[in-house]
Design a protein around this ligand. Structure first.
Ligand code: TXA
Ligand code: MG
Length: 401
């Protein structure tokens, strides 16, 4: 299958822009779309066959439920069997926006979309392209993040192409996603039977903000844990899988800034024959020993390597982490004598760290890095969301200095 990328101009969207996408969706096919959080891989949420295609394209286990995207709050009453007052309060405050609510599903929602669960995840995105696609199609769109299962989520159309080229017919390109981390997920499905509201995945909407409309909301303890949980299972099925992981070994180094820099420099110097990456910030990047590409050089290097990483190895199932990247070819095309230092936003604005994290992790893969060190991000309103992704990407490997 040819995968087409269609660039859209957000400032003047026209119904014709969506004609092809709507035709594909209405005939049961899949379209990748931008949202304000990450790119989504969309299909008709009421069509179990479309859900099957989504799982197959991503290489995702089919017990991992999909989020249903809507463009009108009233859809809550069609998709959910009961809508607690907390859900309405959260919708009023945060929708459209990066909040997903889990409610008890109505009979209309097929089990194929919910991974067999009797609950459904619902989100009303604010992105104008996603919004118009939902409205012009007249459908509810089931959409997981548009990455190969296990890899970091996609925040640009190029990333979607890298992971899903040949597997889907169309990608709508709306540029970089503003937020860059997936939505906050809250579970309100147990409220009617006296259970506490829970945050199943931290995101751009913080616990403090949620508490203003849903007093007493708590984190599912598994999602903020710094150690792999032995007996406890995350309540969002997707949170139990290895996730966001680059192909190289990622270690988080946590402590006072100076000690972190010293430790990373020492570790990197010790691993001379490896390809090394360092995830730093604007404030600290000049303290590391290594090469810093300006954005143009980085993009040029990536462009040079992309045709190699796009070669699909049919043998490798997409389910495995790292997908189809042909590491040896990449090594031969771009030799690296020194660690590569990436700037992941600025500590003055943790939204910039959130927005750039997944892209940095993907770039580590594209440069075929073996060993990656990252600073830790414990301050700022988005630290839970950022650390949740980073810790999973590192497989819980954290060094304290
Ligand atoms: O920002 C986002 O939420 C993006 C964009 C595309 O909207 N979507 C996204 O979908 O991140 P996905 O499938 O990659 O992650 C959805 C998470 C998974 O961990 C899944 O297990 C959980 O939501 N989930 C979905 N339905 C659920 C349900 N009924 N109960 C518990 N967890 C659920
Ligand atoms: Mg995902």
């Amino acid at each position: 299958m040819e995968t087409k990328i269609k660039a859209l101009d957000r400032s003047c969207l026209k119904p014709e822009d969506f004609k092809e996408a709507v035709e594909i969706l209405k005939s049961g096919g899949l379209v990748a779309m931008p949202t304000e959080t990450v790119y989504g891989l969309a299909g008709d949420a009421m069509d179990e066959e479309a859900a099957k295609k989504i799982y197959a394209a991503k290489g995702r286990p089919s017990d991992n439920p999909l989020i249903v995207h809507i463009a009108d709050e009233k859809a809550l009453y069609e998709l959910a069997s009961d809508v607690p007052r907390e859900a309405l309060a959260a919708a009023k405050r945060f929708w459209p926006g990066p909040l997903t609510m889990i409610l008890n599903k109505s009979d209309r929602v097929p089990f194929g979309t919910t991974g067999g669960l009797s609950t459904v995840a619902i989100r009303f995105p604010s992105d104008n392209i996603a919004n118009m696609l939902i409205k012009t199609s007249g459908l509810y769109l089931a959409a997981p993040s548009a990455n190969a299962s296990g890899r970091p989520s996609t925040t640009r159309a190029e990333h979607v192409y890298e992971d899903l080229n040949g597997r889907i017919p169309l990608i709508l390109d709306g540029g970089s996603c503003k937020i860059g981390l997936e939505s906050t997920i809250i579970d309100l499905s147990g409220i009617s039977s006296g259970k506490k509201p829970l945050i199943l995945r931290p995101g751009f909407i913080t616990k403090e903000e949620l508490e203003e409309v849903i007093p007493g909301i708590e984190y599912d303890p598994v999602v903020i844990s710094r150690k792999p949980s032995e007996n406890k299972v995350a309540k969002a099925p997707g949170m139990k899988y290895r996730h966001y992981a680059p192909a190289g070994t990622l270690t988080i180094v946590e402590g006072k800034s100076e000690a972190v820099v010293n430790k990373i420099n020492a570790e990197a110097a010790d691993k001379k024959y490896k390809r090394i990456g360092i995830l730093a910030t604007k404030e600290t990047r000049s303290l590391y020993k290594g090469v810093q590409y300006d954005d143009e050089t980085l993009q040029n290097n990536l462009k040079k390597l992309r045709p190699i990483s796009l070669k699909f190895e049919e043998k490798t199932s997409l389910g495995s982490v790292g997908g189809s990247i042909e590491l040896e070819d990449i090594r031969q095309h771009l030799s690296l004598e020194e660690p590569v230092i990436f700037t992941v936003g600025s500590r003055e604005d943790d939204a910039s760290i959130a927005a750039e994290l997944f892209e940095a992790l993907r770039n580590c893969d594209e440069l075929a890095l073996d060993v990656i060190y990252s600073e830790s991000f414990e301050d700022g309103p988005l630290c839970q969301a950022i650390m949740n992704r980073l810790i999973k990407a590192a497989g819980y490997s954290i060094v304290y200095v």
